[in-house]
Design a protein around this ligand. Structure first.
Ligand code: SF4
Length: 323
């Protein structure tokens, strides 16, 4: 892992609500705070619909924030001046979940990769542009010949490599990787994750790595934040979280990870949560997990527990720990 430096991103009490009708509002991200250091990978995990992708999109300014702030090198990304906004768009890139849907089928791979370079005027002539596209293709494990192909001619893994090359083309510092492997075959997933790790080390990148796959998140992340129904319920270093999960929801997620050792696997106790994730349009009061938690107490239904540091940067929001 790269050496960590000062904070690059600070997310403070971020909220992103969507108005569904005159009377209802979907609270996709509801008061979320975290920071990411330069060179760090922060994993953001949770079941689908917990708000992690909305959070990632709001962090890079693809969505406006309903409340709170996202500071990038100290500046609020939702209040930038025009020239600052263009620079931020270059510095902060997004790799999408579905590489096929995110690539224009009518454009060649070369033009897909070169598009951002054109916007930010990163080359002085066509020869330089082509050379850079070829260099980027090789950087992500493809061949220069792929530049003249179209997305439908490539495999899923190759398309995700193009998505990565497109993000790298504008020489960013920070990349949100939004479920970058979940649409791929299992055999290809590790290759893409290893490529992202290698690129981070060589190019000094900072990642927000969004996934529902806890084992993959552990592999790539320095720290991991667990999201449930629009809030972060636990945040700790990757090692600490996987050794010593504190929140009942995190423990349930952990219990679902298969263990490679067959003896340990056969005795693994799976925690099955009752019910489904409630709707973010009408979330329960107090702790959002209270309807599915076997430890729920009266206070859990009245007051939202705060995310409190239990020591060494292991934060949890649960009254079992926040006395
Ligand atoms: Fe369960 Fe209460 Fe902790 Fe929420 S705060 S996870 S309901 S014990």
């Amino acid at each position: 892992m790269a050496k960590l430096h000062e904070e690059l991103i600070q997310v403070n009490n971020l909220k992103k609500y969507f108005r569904i009708s005159r009377k209802s509002v979907l609270k996709a991200v509801d008061d979320v705070s975290f920071s990411i250091k330069k060179g760090e990978t922060l994993g953001l995990v949770g079941e689908s619909g917990c708000g992690k992708s909305t959070c990632g999109r709001t962090v890079v300014g693809l969505y406006d924030a309903t409340g709170g702030s996202v500071l990038y090198e100290g500046k609020d990304v939702h209040r930038l001046k025009k020239d600052e906004k263009l620079q931020f768009k270059k510095n902060a890139q997004y790799i999408f979940q579905d590489p096929y849907a995110s690539l224009d089928p009518r454009m060649t791979i070369g033009d897909i990769i070169g598009e951002g370079m054109d916007v930010h005027q990163m080359h002085s002539n066509e020869k330089e542009r082509t050379a850079r596209i070829h260099e980027l293709l090789e950087l992500v494990g493809l061949n220069p010949e792929h530049a003249v192909r179209y997305p439908h001619e490539l495999s899923g893994g190759q398309r995700q490599r193009v998505g990565i090359a497109r993000a790298l083309a504008v020489e960013p510092e920070f990349i949100v990787c939004d479920e970058p492997i979940s649409a791929l075959d299992v055999s290809i997933q590790a290759q893409i994750v290893n490529l992202l790790i290698e690129l981070q080390e060589n190019l000094d990148l900072t990642y927000l790595f969004i996934s529902h796959d806890l084992s993959m998140v552990k592999h790539i992340s320095n720290r991991v934040a667990v999201m449930y129904l629009g809030v972060i319920v636990e945040l700790a270093s990757s090692e600490e979280l996987y050794k010593n999960a504190l929140h009942p929801y995190t423990k349930a997620l952990m219990s679902a990870i298969p263990v490679p050792d067959p003896d340990v696997e056969s005795s693994r106790e799976r925690i099955i949560l009752p019910g489904d994730v409630p709707s973010p349009i009408n979330p329960p009061p107090g702790c959002k997990f209270q309807g599915r938690c076997k430890y729920a107490m009266p206070i859990c239904k009245e007051k939202t527990p705060e995310l409190v540091d239990q020591g060494d940067g292991h934060f949890v929001s649960c009254y079992l720990h926040n006395k």
